[in-house]
Design a protein around this ligand. Sequence first.
Ligand SMILES: [Zn+2]
Length: 248
Amino acid sequence: MNRISFRFYEELNNYLPDEKRKVWFEYAFPGSISMEEALHQLKIPVDEVDLILVNQQSRGFEYLLQEGDRVSVYPVFESFDISGVSKVREKPLRNPKFICDVHLGRLCKYLRMLGWDTLYSNRYTPDKIIAVSGQEGRIILSRNQLLTRHKKVTRSYWVQSSDPLEQIEDLIENLDLSNETQPLTRCLNCNHRIVPVTKQEILHRLQPRTKQYFEEFFICPVCDQIYWKGTHFEHMSDFINQIIRKHS
Ligand SMILES: [Zn+2]
């Protein structure tokens, strides 16, 4: 038997049994085996693998494993700096963007609150979601594994919880999003970036109390929604900070 060590990163751990998640573990095999075969045996979908380092060197799926190798496997979407190493996938994902399936409307709002570019519509069909994901490099978020593991899909994340708060926490933890959030920069209705607007310009649209207590305003150039740092903002900030504190 030959023996090597594997370590899987981020959401690839979801495919492993508990005792193998986020730790180095030993993998034994007789004779000769390629990286791709070993990943198949471990039930890791190769479509979701972006980078493989063997003893710190970047390797492809065809690499034949050697006794004593230390193998790190990273998913399509990774937060650490991998510039300078070649990846198994041609175009790496930077600045992850998402598309939610029709059941994840609340999760979509939370992602937009955190500043992540996220599409959602209750009219999206699975085919439409798969097409947009491919064209725009968006990670599909869904609770349906028929969709996330569909053969045409290369970027997806299987959302396990049915609770939107648990869903967003799970994403922040597993996709390592906590360092890159830009809270309150995106319209919650339409996903467009919001821009500052002077109080004077929108004065006629404000309630008397808002007029009295707030000076700083933002507007969505697409759907015209106005945002300010009122109670709603404070609730959102508290919520976001709580999640970030827990996972940073
Ligand atoms: Zn908008």
